[in-house]
Design a protein around this ligand. Structure first.
Ligand code: IPD
Ligand code: CA
Ligand code: CA
Length: 274
C-alpha cells in the first residue's frame, strides 16, 4: 500500500493540481468560446473541460510518471500496469458551467487495486476544497467533516441526478425521484455528482443515489463519504462497482431504508413519469 505520510504528501500535490485546474475554470467562466455536444443531447463539452483536463493530466504525469490516468475527455492515458490509477473529471457539472450555475467541481481520485483511497473535489467558484484519504479522514477547507445523523427518510434531504441517456432508457430514475420526493423533506438535483457526494460527506445531504455515472463522477467522492463516516454501496448494498454506474451514498442510519425503497421500485414496471 502506501504510508500515511506519503498519502498526505500526495494529497498536497493533488490539491495544488486541482487549484491550478480551478484557475482554468475561473478563466472561462462566462467567457466560453464554443459549446459542443458529445454522445447524447445535452452532454456538453467546452474549452474549459479540455484545458482543465490538459493541465491536470500534464501535472499528474510530471509528479506520478509511473501511474496511468483515466480522464473523462481523453480516456486512459497509457497501458502502464500499476496498482494505482488516477481518475479525473476536469469539470464535473458542465451543463451548470455552460449556464453559469455555480455547482461545478474538479474531481481527482486515486484507486489502489481498484479501491478509491484518495479524493480531492474542488469548486473554484465557491472556494470549497474537499479532501479525503483512506485512514486520514475527510475535510472541507482543512476542517474535519462528518456525515449527518438524520435517522428517518421523513426528516431527510436527499440528492440524485439523471444521466444523459435518460431519453433513451426506461431506467431513467424519474420514478425514483418522484417516490423519494414524496417520502422525504426534498430531493435535490444540483447537476454535479462529485459535489452531491461531497455534500453527503459534510452532512448537508443525508443521502444520494444515482445511475448512469462514470468512474470519474464517483471515485473521489466515495473516499470523502467513507472517511466522513458514511456508507457507500450499490443500490442492493453490495460493494459499489465503478463500472456499474450505480451508487448509493448515505449516512449509516439511512442506507437500509433507501436501498429497500430503490429495490422495491425496481421490481415494479418501469414508468417514465410520476
Ligand atoms: C454529470 C454530472 C451530473 C450527473 C451526470 C454526470 P458532467 O457530469 O455529474 O450531476 O447527473 O450523470 O455525467 O458531464 O457534468 O461531467
Ligand atoms: Ca462528471
Ligand atoms: Ca465532466
Amino acid at each position: 500500500m502506501i504510508s500515511p505520510d506519503s498519502l498526505s504528501q500526495w494529497m498536497r500535490t493533488v490539491v495544488g493540481i486541482a487549484q491550478e485546474g480551478g484557475e482554468v475554470l475561473k478563466k472561462f467562466w462566462g467567457h466560453l468560446p464554443a459549446i459542443q455536444e458529445k454522445n447524447f443531447p445535452g452532454d456538453l463539452v467546452t474549452e474549459a473541460d479540455r484545458q482543465s483536463e490538459e493541465l491536470i493530466l500534464r501535472a499528474l504525469q510530471q509528479n506520478f510518471p509511473a501511474y496511468p490516468i483515466l480522464a473523462e475527455e481523453s480516456g486512459l492515458s497509457s497501458q502502464l500496469s500499476s496498482d494505482f490509477i488516477w481518475i479525473v473529471d476536469p469539470l464535473d457539472g458542465t451543463t451548470n458551467y455552460a449556464h453559469q450555475y455555480p455547482m461545478v467541481a474538479i474531481s481527482i481520485g486515486l484507486l489502489y487495486q481498484g479501491e478509491p483511497i484518495l479524493g480531492v473535489i474542488y469548486n473554484p467558484l465557491t472556494a470549497e476544497l474537499y479532501t479525503a484519504a483512506k485512514g486520514l479522514g475527510s475535510k472541507l477547507n482543512g476542517r474535519s467533516i462528518q456525515v449527518s445523523a438524520i435517522p428517518s427518510l421523513k426528516d431527510s434531504l436527499l440528492a440524485t441526478g439523471f444521466a444523459y441517456d435518460r431519453r433513451e432508457t426506461p431506467d431513467n430514475n424519474y420514478a425514483e425521484f418522484c417516490h423519494f420526493t414524496h417520502l422525504t423533506q426534498g430531493v435535490r438535483r444540483a447537476g454535479a455528482a462529485s459535489l452531491d457526494l461531497a455534500y453527503v460527506a459534510c452532512g448537508r445531504l443525508d443521502g444520494y443515489w444515482e445511475r448512469g455515472l462514470k468512474p470519474w463522477d464517483m471515485a473521489a467522492g466515495i473516499v470523502l463519504v467513507r472517511e466522513a463516516g458514511g456508507w457507500v454501496s450499490d443500490y442492493d448494498l453490495n460493494p459499489v462497482n465503478l463500472q456499474s454506474g450505480r451508487i448509493l451514498a448515505t449516512n449509516p442510519l439511512l442506507q437500509q431504508a433507501i436501498s429497500q425503497e430503490l429495490l422495491a421500485l425496481r421490481s415494479k414496471k418501469p414508468s417514465s413519469n410520476c
